[in-house]
Design a protein around this ligand. Sequence first.
Ligand code: DGL
Length: 269
Amino acid sequence: MAVGVFDSGLGGLTVLTAAQARLPQVPFVYFADSANAPYGVRTSDDIYALTCAAVERMWEAGCDPVILACNTASAAALRRMQESWLPKDKRVLGVFVPMIEALTERDWGDNSPPRQVAVEHVALFATPATVASRAFQRELAFRAIGVDVEAQACGGVVDAIEDGDMILAEALVKSHVDALKRKMPEPQAAILGCTYYPLMQDAFQEALGAGVTLYSQASLVAESLADYLDRHPNMLGSGSARYLTTGDPRRVSDRATQFLRRQITFEAA
Ligand code: DGL
């Protein structure tokens, strides 16, 4: 049995890399739905249908649990999947909650009532679909009171990264940060709410200024997965690591190898 890591494309590799470093004994299957990426400009019905299909394919590959290493899928589809689709014996985990727990100074699974936390002004950078879902604000409201969130939909950034056009990606990050600052001049913390954005972390930090604390998901999600597997030791079994894609495996492998600066070889899903 392997742990599945799902993303619409290559962004989830940032989460996979942190999870592999934290849990070197665990086999991971990575699934990139590259043929249908980006998800961030799709409707929530579309994102739901595509995510369910991908998760089914990952079950066929022997994955459990499956991590949705995609904020857009976590925001637009996960709750609906858990409420009306997911079989009782399967687990699908999202990437939102670990980050919100870190921001609100909570331990894993602390479901106590919402309380005052240190940060008051938070900037959220995410895809248009994640921003439209308001899932971040909803999950935050369960845990904290008095936090002012300003969300910035970062159109175009994922496409630019997928195309390998990092100059365009940087210019777009700068203009999205400028737009955010017009609405919230002095954020204390910023959430990089898309798994592609850690690849642009320096650009976000530079545009925001050194005083703004950046929350980036990869290490937070890896830590919470380690915690989860500790509490569910029977989940760990045999199974081999694979990289699957619905896109062109050669092209996706080249791009992934370029991003991570190590050889990654995808096969057709
Ligand atoms: N990786 C995704 C996320 O974390 C979204 C990218 C896309 O638009 O497909 O939101």
